[in-house]
Design a protein around this ligand. Sequence first.
Ligand SMILES: Nc1ncnc2c1ncn2[C@@H]1O[C@H](COP(=O)(O)OP(=O)(O)O)[C@@H](O)[C@H]1O
Ligand SMILES: [Mg+2]
Length: 248
Amino acid sequence: MTGRVTATRGNLPVELTSFIGRRRQVQDVKSALTAARLVTLVGPGGVGKTRLALRSATDLRRGIPDGVWLVELGSLQDAELVTKAVITSLGLRDELSRWPVSRLIEYVASKRLLLVLDNCEHLLDACAVLADALLREAPWLRILATSRQPLGVAGETVVQVGPLSVPDVDGRVAPDRIAETEAVALLLERAREAGAAFEVTWTTRPPWSSWPAVWTASPWRSSSRLCDFAPSAWTSWSNVSTTASVCS
Ligand SMILES: Nc1ncnc2c1ncn2[C@@H]1O[C@H](COP(=O)(O)OP(=O)(O)O)[C@@H](O)[C@H]1O
Ligand SMILES: [Mg+2]
């Protein structure tokens, strides 16, 4: 992701691909953040925690005067550097990179801002300690974290993130409605973005337990079948774009 939003304060990236579904969960996350000052989106890798966090935070940013600040921790290896990562993400690197945590607390104490701590799982303890310290001292601060496990901090609200909706496991969804399920909509969208248009063309409505259902390419690629998907593939959305490009 490259673009940065400039109209409001913060450093949230502009979404470069369409966001599919999850309307209710976006509302749930936003509501949770009005009631709790630490909300952690928890779920397996690739399920969509980061996208859900970014979409929810983007929706909220106009009501947050000191901005929404994303701290990407996925590539950070050293737990000692979590505080520095927050300082850097707040855009304070030049003046303040040597601030100890107490000075960071002092900085955020009077601010009304939302920190998005993304991908905390491998730095769980460091994230928990920092979140706890910041929340205790900064009364208007809110934190939205994503992690495979909860941070375990007092006052934390955990929102479990599951897979996008999939067609009924018994195959009861009518073929002409199947593209309305979130998982299939995402696959079709990514296939379109990859330059290939596809349609669902199964004739017999097989139960999901006996996939493959048949996905065929649009007429200009009519000889190539997109892919045969096992139902389990629908639970990991990091696979979708890869699968679409590999199979198209
Ligand atoms: N609701 C969604 N709409 C569109 N793309 C999504 C959605 N959820 C996840 N993705 C895509 O799936 C991939 C994995 O999602 P991500 O949020 O990074 O998962 P996680 O943070 O749980 O590991 C990313 O490419 C992301 O853009
Ligand atoms: Mg993530």
